[in-house]
Structures are given as C-alpha cells and as structure tokens.
Design a protein around this ligand. Structure first.
Ligand code: 3PG
Ligand code: MG
Length: 399
C-alpha cells in the first residue's frame, strides 16, 4: 500500500495553500450542560493541525458530531468544539455556521496564512452519509472546493463510506495525517504477528455490534474475555437466567455456537453486580452468575471475575481492550472497568485500548494514559480494522 503522508505534503510546501482536514471531533457531550466531557479526540488531531499552522497553511477543518439526520440540529453543533480547539491551539478558530453555505464560503475566503477554520457539522447535510453516489458526490464537490489538498486525520471515521471520508480524497491531492498513520501503524501490529499470549477483552452493551470481530478474532487470540452488557447474552447461552439484564434474545443461539467453537478461549464472568434498577443509587449486590434474581439486572462484573480476568491479563504479551465492563459512568458500577483497566496497565504487555468509550473510561477513571501502549481514537474503526475489513477512508488514501 502506498499512502502519501502529511510529511510529503509539508515537503511540497503548503504556505498560503488551503488544506482541508477531515478530523473526528465527535466528542462526548454532557447530557445536562452540553459541555465537552472528554476532549481526547480534539487533542489527538493537534499534531497534524499544529504542523499545518506552523507551515503557514490556511487550515479548513471539517468533522461530524453525533448522528443528526442530514439537517441542522443545534444539539449537535460543533461550535463548542471550535472554542475548545482554539484554546488548545492557542489561537482562535474561525467557526462557520454552515458546512458548505455562505458562512463556510466567506469564512474560508477570509482565512489568513496559518489560521484555522472549523466548518459546522458535516452531517447537517444529507449528502455526507447518503448511499446515493451522486448525492454524496455533489456534496463532496462543494467540500473539495474549500481545499487545494486534503488530509485525512479522522481515524474514528475511516470505516464510514461518507462524502468527507471517501469521495473528497478522489477530488483532491490527498494524504494521511499523523493520527491516522499512528493508528494504522499500531493496529497493524495486532493483525500481523502479535507477541503471545494475545488476550482480547471485549465489553460494551451489544453482542450484535461485536459479533464480526469476535468471529474474526477467535482463530487469532489466545484468550477472549467478555464482560459488559453483552456478557448476559452469552450467560443465557450457557443456560443461565439473567433476570432483567440486557439480553439480545435473537443472538443467544449465535453465542451458544461461538462458545462451542471457541475451544475454551472465551472466558465469561463468574460473578456480577446486580441492581434493582438502572440508576446510580439503586440497591445492589454481588451474586454468582447462576444466582441472578429474576427481578434484578446486572450492571457490572464482580470482583471474582476481575480476579480471573486479571490472572489471564497478567500472562499476556499483547492486549487489545474494547468496551467497558459495566456502567462505569455510575460509581457503584465502575469497579469492574477500573479493575480490568488497572490489570492491563500492570501487565508486561503491549496494550491497545480501542474505542471512544473505553478511551473515555480510561480518562474518566483518572487512569494514567501513558501506562497503555496506545489509546485508539476509533471504536468501530479499530474493530473493523481488526476484522480485516477494507476501510473506505484508508482505501481512498491508497493510490
Ligand atoms: C465514533 O464515535 O465511533 C466515530 O466518530 C464514528 O461515529 P459514527 O459511529 O456515528 O459514524
Ligand atoms: Mg461509533
């Protein structure tokens, strides 16, 4: 594969040129206040933006935020992100109140060398995510008009066949930014020949989201540890009752089949924390997985499970972790996620944390980010990379 890089572009000289940067500034927002609750994805794109600013480019940044339905929706505005990005860059970021309209055109036209603009949410435009090539193409034409060159630094979105990710690079000279390069370099170590034992920890709420990656990883990994909301569908598949816990009924058969084929590689929780309700102050207890009361729901893995998973992780030489073990946002149900995260930092292994949620968990729990080998900015993207799927955003950069 031959991907041109930001350094190639910088070597050509970008002073005075307009460089369109696709970033993934899809940060979590506080539901009550709308404030940015984790700015990790904004920080992650600073090396690329900083290099372009320093080289005197006119930097036009675009991103999505959340999943608005192809029309403006104020709760998904990127305006607060422009403010935070400006603070981190140490210079104001010019914010366009639309993506390709009058505001965007004048904001881009007014940029001086070394200045940065952020366009409003790409997904306020139906063309961004359209399945119709012509509709996506028309939007890509409008976006491409804002750049003399294109940099993809939106690793978290490279698995999306969207206009800004897939169609714009076909219209402009294109390179991979520093973040995209680093992510691909690290993840390719896991798909290549990882040092063994290779242990993967998967959590999160839905089995259906993780099915493809479980299938792809089973032949490769030495151990697969499963926690989080999705463990209950696996426990059900083992014939256990799971009370009112999260359950994907139509996946039980699939989970049973996976367990049968796993050759004992899959490790499930042996105890869980069950509560009366999905609430931070709900009454709760730790029970064995064969003793989940019919009226209660599991919101975290228990201490014996953490001990068992920790033992497996302590042997590992390579670790990939995606998805929290419980509802870590509520302190009563955070111990499982914290325990697994700490076990990963203590293991003498190369560790990769994949995913928006797990990365946010690491920071929310106050863990030292530098004690992990790599914290990916991509959730779905890192999983699809590990599945070995062709990623539209990467494919568009090759050639
Ligand atoms: C993410 O948060 O996983 C990325 O920003 C991609 O967002 P999406 O899943 O809404 O496409
Ligand atoms: Mg996602």
């Amino acid at each position: 594969m031959s991907i041109r890089t930001l350094d190639d572009l910088l070597a050509e000289g970008v002073s005075g040129r307009r460089v369109l940067v696709r970033a993934d500034l899809n940060v979590p927002l506080d539901k009550q206040t709308g404030a940015i609750s984790d700015d990790g994805r904004i920080r992650a794109v600073l090396p690329t933006l900083g290099a372009l600013v320093e080289a005197g480019a006119k930097v036009v940044v675009c991103s999505h935020l959340g999943r608005p339905k192809g029309a403006p929706d104020p709760q998904f505005s990127l305006r607060p992100v422009a403010g935070r990005l400006g603070e981190l860059l140490g210079a104001p970021v010019h914010f366009a109140t639309d993506t390709v309209g009058d505001s965007a055109r004048s904001t881009v036209a007014d940029l001086a060398d070394g200045q940065v603009a952020l366009l409003e949410n790409l997904r306020f435009n139906a063309g961004e995510t359209s399945k119709d090539e012509a509709e996506r193409g028309a939007f890509a034409d409008q976006l491409a008009a804002f750049g003399d060159a294109y940099v993809d630094d939106a690793f978290g979105a490279v698995h999306r066949k969207h206009a800004s990710v897939f169609d714009v690079p076909a219209r402009l000279p294109h390179v991979a930014g520093r973040l995209v390069l680093r992510e691909v370099e690290v993840l390719s170590k896991l798909t290549g020949e990882p040092e063994r034992p290779y242990v993967v920890v998967l959590g999160g709420s839905k089995v259906s989201d993780k099915l493809a990656v479980i299938e792809a990883l089973l032949p490769t990994v030495d151990r697969l540890l499963i926690g989080g909301g999705m463990c209950f569908t696996f426990l059900k598949a083992q014939g256990l009752e799971v009370g009112t816990s999260l359950l994907e009924k139509d996946m039980v058969e699939t989970c049973r089949n996976l367990l049968e084929r796993s050759g004992g590689k899959i490790l499930l929780p042996v105890d869980v924390v069950v509560a009366d309700a999905f609430a931070p102050d709900a009454a709760h207890d730790t029970v064995r997985v064969d003793g989940i009361p019919s009226h209660r729901l599991g919101l975290d893995v228990g201490p014996e499970t953490v001990a068992g998973f920790t033992a497996a992780l302590s042997q590992a030489k390579t670790i990939f972790w995606n998805g929290p073990m419980g509802v870590f946002e509520m302190p009563a149900f955070a111990a499982g996620t914290r325990g697994i995260a700490e076990a990963i930092t203590k293991a003498d292994a190369f560790s990769v944390v994949g995913g928006g949620d797990s990365a946010a968990a690491v920071r929310a729990l106050g863990l030292d980010e530098s004690s992990f080998g790599h914290i990916s900015t991509g959730g779905g993207a890192s999983l699809e990379y590990l599945e070995g799927k062709a990623l539209p955003g990467i494919a568009a950069l090759e050639n």
